[in-house]
Every structure is written in structure tokens, then in C-alpha cells.
Design a protein around this ligand. Sequence first.
Ligand code: KIV
Ligand code: ZN
Length: 534
Amino acid sequence: MTADTASPIQAVSSKDRVFIFDTTLRDGEQSAGASMTFEEKLQVAELLDAMGVDIIEAGFPIASVGDFEAVSEIARNTKTAVVAGLARAITADIARCGEAVRHARRPRIHTFVSTSPIHLKFQMNKSLDQVIEIIHTTVTQARGLVEDVEWSAMDATRTPIDDLCRCIEAAIRCGATTINLPDTVGYATPDEYEAMFRQVIERVPGADRVIFSAHCHDDLGLATANSLAALRGGARQVECTVNGLGERAGNAALEEIVMAIRTRGDRLPYVTGVKTPMLVQASRLVSSVSGFAVQYNKAIVGKNAFAHESGIHQDGMLKNTETYEIMRPEDVGVRATSLVMGKHSGRHAFKEKLKELGFDLGDNAMEDAFRRFKDLADRKKHVYDEDIEALVEDEMTSAGESVKVVALTVIAGTGGPQKAIITMDVNGTHVTKEANGTGPVDATFNAIKQIWPHEAKLSLYQVHAVTEGTDAQAEVSVRLEENGKIASGRGSDVDTLVASAKAYVSALNKLSVRRAKSAPAPADAEPVRVGERI
Ligand code: KIV
Ligand code: ZN
């Protein structure tokens, strides 16, 4: 086996190395409203790989043709990380997953089955012996396809320890190389999660040949604490997502785990391979493509995570930053807000700034972004890094869309009814319509509906200012729901209504992609039930 194809299991000899398994594109993406397009998934995977994540869980190949294609393409493109796909303990799932990940330099099949009495009784209607038989069949099948197989005991934290040990023993005997023990429902406390790892590692024959993994959900706000406790109990892989995106209250946040390990090496004697100065960039990208804004006071990557407002704190910071700062902002990729350029700045300076901000645009996209920057600089006195980031992200979002906002005029004010006249580019043809509404946003969305009729319901409309001042750009997030499908869109502009129209149209574009993406899976596959969450 060459170094390239080696399973991460070989690195276990370095006891302190913790493998970071990112599931933003699987557990994160499957959470309500966080769906991403094919291109967005590739973009996220590329960044995760460059950031030094060890394993990228790229998706759930059996779920749809779109998921299968995204996992296959990520497998082809990923340079360093292991690429994993998820599969239920079903023969067709594992075969389809194997097909998708086989393009990877380092492929992994991640298969799971429930082990807790409540899941066995109500979800699976199977006995523990039957589940052990299933583990035997499916892990053996997966090992026949790839060398690197992860097996997960779904709802492990509510499984009696003896039952759990029997299941793990079966999985190891059939060739699993990583054993994941998820706190699927976010119920565990750190002491019991640590004890669970300690006990199974002590008791299960062959435990020394595999890597144990933690996978925590944040229903009680304990996901990070539980993940770190698992490391104390002997786990050496942590499954997490950027910004803690994920089912319900989310998964353990990658940035929190990585920075806790980096900052508190005295209590947490481990290392990860993550390049922490890329954390903020990853956070922004995931927030942008998922449509989930990061709360201002979010640990590590929130806008206020390094802001010191109180006078006492500011005084201390001026004397010595360590008085109130346990991490350096630059260690996570926070730059001091800087005034960028004005309307006299040229193409070269703009290009350099994009490079500094971590954007690598092709020639056409660069020209479009530059044109928009000039337009913005004409309208806004000070252009900051945040403005450039919002502008480029907006440009990148709309680049692949077949329907775009071209022009918008809104008549608003106390008189009413408010009226919007909108022109949109629909596959290259300009169409103009107008509509009234109970407010300017309502009128704008009604006018869009005239051009693009649909039944989607607006379930979220959120505005935030990119920088300070009344001339700040507005960043609008919109979430639409249609027949159980959810899509989010974002738009930014100095005009809040234009930003709203862009966000709405972007969500409609994504919704149409989602309709296409949910094309049926192969005929032999057991369908993934609507509303089924894994
Ligand atoms: O939370 C969970 O149990 C999961 C498994 C599929 C690993 O996401
Ligand atoms: Zn999960």
C-alpha cells in the first residue's frame, strides 16, 4: 500500500494525532434548509481539502442522482483528504456508495445501522441478533469494495454497553477500520460519553486495531464538550461540521474543536492537521452557500468573537492583548478591518485584494467583479474588505444561475399601495413585469412571481448590514419551501430591495436545481423516505 492510498488507521501510532472528519456536506447539508448546489459542494470540498481536513464526508450517494454525482466529482478532485460516502446497511446503498467513492485517491465507505433498543423496536423492527447479522453482511460487502471502511452504531449513546460491544466486535471482525459511536440525539453528557469510549476500547477484542470516532449533535449544547471528552476516552477521530451546521441544533463545530485543541494543549494533548488561519474563510463560504447566517457571538468565527466593547476590556487590550484574548485573531483568519480602495483604484489593485482575501476568480468572473466594485465605489464612500467579500460571493452565486435580476424600480412610502417593476434575464431573454404589494418587499416578490410563477412559501427573510453606516451594503437571506423541498438564497447590494430580489431569485434558482436533483435513484435501491433524517 502506498502512502497515498494508505488508510488513516496507519497513522494511529502517533497517539496524539486527532483526525478531523468533516461532514458539512452530508450531515450539515441534509439539515432543513441547508441544501447546496453541485458547484457549491465542490467549492466547499476544495476548501476543506486545502484546509487540511483529514476526511471529507461528501454526501449520501444513494439519496439521489445529484448526491451521487457530487460525491463522485469530489472524489475525483480531492487531492489529499480521504473522501467518504454514507451508506445505510443495505446492499444497494453500499454498492452505490462504492461506485461514487472509487474515483478517490483515498476512498472510504461509511456505513451505519441503529443499535439502541428504541430504534430496533420502533424503526427497524429487528432483534439485536438480526442487527449483528446485518453488520456482518454489510461491513463484509463494504470491505470487498474498499480498504477503508467506517462503521457507525447509530444512537450508540442510548445502547446498553453489552449490546454495543457485541455490535462493534462484529464490525471489527468483518474488517471495519474506523468505529464511530454517535450521540445521534444529542443526549449524552461528557462524563458518560468518555466512559463509553473507555469501556468499549477496554472490552472489545481488536479495538486496538481500529480508530474510534466521536460524532455529536448539539441538542443540549454539549457537542463540543462531548467530542473532547471522547478524545479523553480514547477516540482519535472527531466528526464535525463548519459552523456546527447540521440536523436540528447542529453537529459539533469543527472550528471549536480544532481551536480548543490548539489553544488548550496543556489539557488536550493532541494535534490536528487543520490550517487554522483558514477557519474564517471556511465559515464564510459555508454560511454563504447554505444560507445559514453565523450568529454574531458564535465562538471562533462569529463577527463579535474578537470584538471588545467594554471600556475595561479595551483598556486591558491596549496594554497587553493577552489580558482578554486567549487566541490571536490571525490564528483563525480574522483580519483587522481595512479600508480597501476607492473609485480610483485600478484593476491590478483589485486583483491583488481578491488574492489577499482568498478569492481565485477566472478572467471573466474577475472582470464582472471589477465592474461591480467600480459601481459600488461610485455609490459608497468607503469600500471595506467585507464589502468586497459580499460582492464577490454575490457574483459567484449568480454566475451559474439561469434566471437573474436585471433592474428593479420600487415605489414605496406612506401612500401605498407599494409597487415594483422588475426586469429579469430568463435564459438570455429580458422580461419585465410589475406588481403591487403590502410593502416594497412584498411588491418586489410579487413582481418576480409574475415572471416566475411558483408555489414556494417564504419561510425566512433576513437582512443584515455588511458594514456600518447608512450606505452599507445589505445582505439578504431568503428561504423558500415547496412540497417539502427547501432552498436558501442570498443577495447583496447597497439597495436593500435589490438585495432582496437577488436573494429571492437565487433561492428560486436553487429550488429548480433541487427539483432536478431529486430525480429517482436506481430501481434496485430502497427509497430514502421523505422526511427521513439520518
Ligand atoms: O447522527 C448520526 O447518528 C449520524 C450517523 C449516520 C453517523 O449522522
Ligand atoms: Zn449525525
